[in-house]
Write a protein that binds this ligand. Structure first.
Ligand code: FES
Length: 175
């Protein structure tokens, strides 16, 4: 069956499109809305948005693939995004991503077998003063920042994640 926004998402879509001078300008928030609705940004979702916004599919593809905040594959209940741009790299960003990989027994770009966690390496999260920096996006749409995440804070951070994740439903698009 062809994709279609739910009634609630359709109302949000109409509202946000009405706020922008043209449909291209509405693409970024439309991608976020679609991600919340469908779980991730598949080619099918990109084609749907291109049609809805009267854009060339290549425009949608270029935008969706440029930004790491748009998931091009299904993600777990908690999407862990570690910054390894300059400040975070200098302050232990690569050590942090290695430590999370060891803890979860996955590599960057992968999802744990139980569907709880996805790990990604991302560019600057605009919180350089908190380096090394981890951003977690939860499947209910909430976002949490863990700043200056050194060894001393690591176990407490995971305890908090486990408690949070246990309350979340499996995200849309994850089977
Ligand atoms: S360099 Fe990591 S948040 Fe900016």
């Amino acid at each position: 069956m062809a994709l279609q926004f739910s009634e609630e998402a359709e109302t949000k879509f109409q509202t946000l499109v009405s706020r922008y001078p043209n449909t291209h300008a509405a693409l970024l928030p439309s991608l976020l809305l679609a991600q919340a609705e469908f779980g991730w940004i598949s080619v099918e979702v990109m084609d749907y948005l291109a049609e809805r916004l009267a854009l060339n599919p290549a425009q949608v593809l270029a935008t969706a693939t440029f930004y790491t905040m748009y998931n091009k594959q299904p993600v777990g209940k908690a999407h862990l995004q570690v910054c390894t741009t300059f400040t975070c790299a200098v302050c232990g960003g690569f050590d942090l991503i290695n430590r999370i990989e060891d803890r979860l027994n996955i590599r960057s770009g992968e999802t744990t077998a139980d569907g709880k966690y996805t790990l990604s390496e991302v560019e600057c999260l605009a919180a350089c003063g908190g380096a090394p920096m981890l951003m977690v996006t939860y499947s209910d749409g909430e976002i949490e920042y863990f700043e200056k995440l050194d060894d001393a804070k690591f176990d407490a951070m995971f305890a908090k994640l486990e408690a949070r994740v246990s309350l979340l439903p499996q995200p849309a698009g994850m089977h």
